[in-house]
Design a protein around this ligand. Structure first.
Ligand code: PHE
Length: 341
């Protein structure tokens, strides 16, 4: 009897936890078969008691091990069916990092904030009035073509009613001047749009930080000094600047500013095309027409303005040669800026 039960137990199977439990009840519970054998133990002749006792104990041990193993098997199988594998180790989750353009934009904001500039912003979908007209672009002025504009709504009779994607954040200057009187000292960071083919050197959108300062007796010297301080803080204390005459409808005189190439220290390298200089921004004295159109008395006040591309500064600072990298969200590129965060 003991032998046949032992053979039976060794071949037990269960396909789920309930079946395993049923087996436990059948063999191992109080009213189970093994306990029933124990009850018969009394009738075993004395000289065989020792041998039979050992065998029953062995049987009980085997039954417990077998049934426990079946139960564990069934439980593991069931959690795996639910798609949860409790045996897998936890994996580390990488933290995100700031985008390089955000890092550099914040740095530009920091530098100008320390010089007393405060932040101003405005809409990306703008009217012609603020992007062009108040910035002294005449209705038929060819300078409107300087910035390849995306039109949202075109008005046949009145171009100033056109709705556009702003092509520079000078529109924020116009909005700020309309509602404030000097002294004005603002910077306006933001995204701007231009209808250009996407290449390594151009994109249909980029980011700008423009600055505006208006007060009594503001001179070109003030502008130059502020820009020199900026260049030195951004690119290093021994950075030199030079201003070249240029043209913008909203400033007169206008200039473009170069910095001595910080990679070769101005000696000339492939990066600055062996000139020792790289262009970083446009600037000038605010045209009196702009002040008048925005409600500021140009006989009392004067001012300067400047505007730079955040992509350009980032390219120079981190030697990124392809603009498209900034909007591809390739984590291999973004991870390179972890230490700059
Ligand atoms: N708005 C000009 C641009 O987008 C930059 C600029 C700003 C130039 C202010 C001069 C003064 O190109």
């Amino acid at each position: 009897k003991i032998e046949s039960l032992l053979a039976e137990i060794k071949t037990l199977t269960a396909s789920n936890a309930e079946e395993a439990e049923a087996l436990r009840l059948k063999y191992l519970s109080k009213k189970g078969e093994i306990n029933a054998l124990m009850a018969d133990f009394r009738s075993v002749p004395a000289e065989q008691k020792k041998e039979v006792g050992i065998k029953i104990n062995e049987l009980k041990q085997t039954a417990m091990e077998r049934i426990n193993a079946l139960r564990e098997q069934c439980e593991t199988a069931e959690t795996q069916d639910e798609g949860i594998d409790l045996t897998r180790s936890a994996y580390p989750i990488d933290l995100g990092t700031r985008h390089p353009l955000t890092i550099v934009k914040n740095e530009i904001i920091d530098i100008f904030s320390r010089m007393g500039f405060i932040l101003a912003d405005g809409p990306e979908v703008e009217d012609d009035l603020h992007v062009f007209t108040k910035m002294n672009f005449a209705a038929d002025h060819p300078a409107r073509d300087m910035q390849d504009t995306f039109f949202v709504e075109q008005n046949a009779e009145d171009v100033t009613k056109n709705i556009v994607l702003r092509s520079h954040t000078s529109s924020v200057q116009a909005r700020y001047m309309e509602t404030s009187q000097p002294p004005i000292r603002i910077i306006s960071p933001g995204r701007v749009y231009r209808n250009e083919a996407i290449t390594a050197r151009a994109h249909c959108f980029f980011h700008q930080v423009e600055g505006l300062y208006i007060d009594k007796d503001v001179s070109f010297t003030d502008l130059k000094q502020v820009l020199l301080s900026f260049a030195r803080e951004m690119f290093g204390a021994d950075t030199k600047i030079r201003l070249r005459p240029s043209y913008f409808p909203f400033t007169e005189p206008s200039a473009e500013m170069d910095i001595s190439c910080h990679i070769c220290g101005g000696k000339g390298c492939g990066f600055c095309k062996h000139t020792g200089w790289v262009e970083i921004l446009g600037c000038g004295m605010v045209d009196p027409n702009v002040l008048e159109q925005c409600g500021i008395d140009s006989k009392v006040y004067s001012g300067y303005a400047f505007g730079m591309g955040v992509e350009r500064i980032t390219n120079l600072k981190y030697q990124v040669s392809d603009l498209r990298m900034f909007s591809e969200n390739d984590t291999r590129f973004l991870e390179e800026f972890t230490s700059a965060n």
